[in-house]
Design a protein around this ligand. Structure first.
Ligand code: URA
Length: 198
């Protein structure tokens, strides 16, 4: 398997779909290439497209805050999106754009090999679980997914638009981050894996 930097370099010139025509740059992902915890959002927005890094706007600030509340820093996780390029006007990605980007995401997941994958919002959750679920029904639950644990939660942007820090959604998001912390603490440790205990 190739290294993450090689995959990112390759993706930086991707023209597999029409989104390549309107982007400033490909927004590949950010964080620890060996992270045990990966976050998957929807698609880059205005700021992400300009800066080339996912979750750098208001939603990213909230994500950083939630991480720090459970004692984890942004540098220790890997953050990326289902789609590498900003859709015009932040519209929803189209089915053929999702299909075109899928091999890039599959490869990132295979290289980074996270134990816990957190899907942010309906889009990423449906995409990863492969089902038309509603985020309010599945959030905070653990789903086994090819030797990993998927935990869906609300998209931070939805919480910001839906009432902010004092809202019920924010309370739910905080509870889900506690679940993320618990799932990480319970993951098989490398030494245990080597001993064949898992
Ligand atoms: N929303 C997303 O889903 N991804 C980003 O990178 C920023 C905002």
């Amino acid at each position: 398997m190739r290294r993450l930097e090689e995959a990112a370099l390759d993706a930086s010139t991707c023209t597999r779909c029409r989104l390549s025509q309107g982007r400033t740059q490909v927004v590949y992902g950010v964080g620890d290439p060996n992270a045990d915890l990966m976050f998957i959002g929807e698609a880059p927005g205005f700021h992400e497209d300009k800066q080339g890094e996912p979750f750098v706007g208001a939603a990213g600030q909230l994500l950083n805050q939630l991480l720090s509340e459970i004692g984890i820093s942004r540098q220790d996780v890997y953050i990326n999106n289902v789609i590498l390029c900003r859709p015009p006007g932040n519209r929803d990605p189209l089915p053929d754009e999702l299909d075109a980007c899928k091999p890039w995401l599959d490869e990132r997941i295979a290289i980074i090999d996270p134990a816990v994958v957190v899907t942010l919002g309906n889009w990423a959750t449906r995409y990863i679980l492969g089902r038309q679920v509603s985020i309010s029904r599945v959030r905070g639950q653990r789903f086994p997914w090819s030797s990993r644990t998927v935990i869906p939660t609300f998209h931070p942007a939805a919480v910001l638009h839906g009432g902010g820090q004092a809202s019920n959604q924010m309370t739910a998001l905080r509870a889900d981050f506690q679940e993320i912390r618990a799932a990480l603490a319970e993951r098989p440790q490398p030494a245990e894996e080597q001993l064949g205990l898992f």
